[in-house]
Design a protein around this ligand. Structure first.
Ligand code: ADP
Ligand code: MG
Length: 243
């Protein structure tokens, strides 16, 4: 008898023959062509490929922002590919943290309020003065080295600081998976390296991360690199991270 939990626990992600087609006038665009792979908890994965290879389409599928044309997506063993829009929003809020190239912070809210937002959504009833949510947001900001900037507005922060706020917002719900689409795309290389170092530290502390990039220098910071081309994963290679 084997009691190794790895043999019983399903992978965090199982993608099975996932396809996505878009109708463009009379043409069908095959953005994903029967993609299959698995991710175990604690891995740091880079999805790398040239522009148009399907990276963002796959990221939208993994993020439950869209549904596939064919195939299956299991998250923690649960088939989440064909859920309703509302059910997908719940899956996102409870399991996923997002980091985007353009930061996607709300300009009128303070740093602290931006980071609190996912907690307010998950409660369903936004109230600005919940002490525990403030404390959780404060802790997430400390985690990314921005404890001193809680009252600043996004416009009062540098690009690197804005991306740190976005990472704190992704972390605050303690998600099983962080999805980052070109997180260094709007940053100079020095600042981009600091953000990649932060993601590496989060991964070393046990976070599962999927990073999307067209840049081989960025991808090599991950542990496993999945190379995409024309809607397919054509190759897998190792990066610098241990997982
Ligand atoms: P990447 O992120 O690697 O640049 P995308 O996933 O954005 O690639 O796009 C993959 C392919 O799907 C491209 O040919 C793109 O033009 C097409 N595509 C992406 N989104 C849509 C859409 N909403 N409607 C039609 N075609 C799309
Ligand atoms: Mg893209």
């Amino acid at each position: 008898m084997n009691n190794n939990p790895e043999l019983i626990t399903p992978p965090l992600i199982q993608v099975k023959s996932l396809s996505k087609q878009y109708q463009m006038g009379n043409d069908i665009v095959h953005a994903l062509r029967a993609v299959s792979f698995a991710v175990t908890s604690g891995q740091f994965i880079a999805l790398m490929g040239p522009s148009g290879s399907g990276k963002s389409t796959l990221m939208h599928q993994l993020g439950c922002l869209d549904t596939p044309t064919n195939g299956r997506y299991l998250l923690n063993g649960r088939d989440v590919g064909q859920l309703s829009r509302r059910a997908r929003a719940t899956v996102r809020n409870q399991n996923l943290g997002f980091v985007f190239q353009s930061f996607n912070l709300l300009p009128r809210l303070s740093t602290l309020e931006n980071v609190m937002l996912p907690l307010l959504y998950s409660k369903g009833t936004p109230s600005k003065n919940s002490a525990s949510e403030k404390e959780m947001a404060q802790a997430a900001l400390e985690h990314v080295g921005l404890a001193e900037r809680v009252q600043h507005k996004p416009t009062e922060l540098s690009g690197g600081q804005r991306q740190r706020v976005a990472i704190a917002r992704a972390l605050v719900t303690d998600p099983a998976l962080i999805l980052a689409d070109e997180p260094t795309g709007n940053l100079d290389s020095h600042t981009g390296n600091e953000i990649l170092a932060l993601l590496t530290t989060l991964n070393q502390n046990g976070r599962t991360i999927i990073l999307v990039t067209h840049d081989a220098q960025v991808a090599k910071r991950a542990g496993t690199i999945l190379h995409m081309q024309d809607g397919e994963i054509v190759r897998q290679s190792h990066g610098e991270a241990s997982s």
